[in-house]
Design a protein around this ligand. Sequence first.
Ligand SMILES: [Zn+2]
Ligand SMILES: [Zn+2]
Length: 161
Amino acid sequence: MEIDLKKLFESDASERLDVELDLSGVELGGAKPFCAPVKVEALLRGFAGSVELNIRAGYTVCMPCDRCAEPVTREYTREFSHTLVRESREDTGELITVPGERLDLDALVLEDILMDMPGQFLCKEDCKGLCPSCGKNWNEGSCQCGAPQTDPRLEILRQLL
Ligand SMILES: [Zn+2]
Ligand SMILES: [Zn+2]
């Protein structure tokens, strides 16, 4: 959704928003992780020609585990803040320039959430993964195919050495 910030840029007014964003079409690594609407509480405050934005986002991520491919559903609540400006004199990376005084809230929240996503998505910290030879899920027990069972974390170390 788009938010018109004109009024906030021109006064010290504030605005509270309680919205649900639909990010279900967003793809990440071949999956569509945002299986439920993203709940966003946003507080916008005009301040000296800029707008302070505080976001609390509640979202559910549904992704296959990176090691065993079992579906994992996890809920998060995260807070993000930004300073929005009409035009940026310096590019500090902390100021977000809002063209036309209209904020694309979906895009901003999505960016915040993606920046916050873990590099690896696991069903559990010590997920044993799948046997590379027979495909058996090692979390459910060892397989009979004779392939040596290795801890995937040690395997990464071994490859580095
Ligand atoms: Zn797993
Ligand atoms: Zn096996």
